[in-house]
Ligand binder design. Structure first.
Ligand SMILES: [Zn+2]
Length: 104
């Protein structure tokens, strides 16, 4: 992978000889986060593409509904809301707007 504008970070340094130089480093990869509560997701590796694509498919994602998108608590909540909507226990208008995209 080459250092390009989207993946590099500029660092200014002073060398032992006293000169100021500009060095470039790869940006650090942030962890994947839950779409609702923004908690860090387990079982979803983050890193350079070369590293992640060498893993097996089951090591790259979580194999359950909403796996790799939502944390376990939020996905449990969404699944229960979906079932309640299906059986008419709650109306669609009663569900929070922020969860609308997961309840389709
Ligand atoms: Zn969550």
């Amino acid at each position: 992978m080459q250092l390009t504008s989207y993946n590099k970070k500029k660092i200014r340094r002073r060398t032992p000889g006293g000169a100021s130089i500009v060095a470039y480093k790869y940006k650090r990869h942030s962890a994947h986060k839950c779409g609702i509560c923004k908690k860090e997701l387990h079982g979803k590796p983050s890193g350079r593409n070369a590293y992640v694509s060498n893993l097996s498919k089951s090591q790259r994602t979580v194999e359950r509904p909403f796996g790799g998108m939502l944390c376990s608590k939020c996905s449990r909540n969404i699944i229960s809301l979906k079932a309640k909507l299906k059986h008419g226990i709650i109306a669609k208008a009663e569900t929070p707007i922020s969860l609308k995209r997961y309840l389709q």
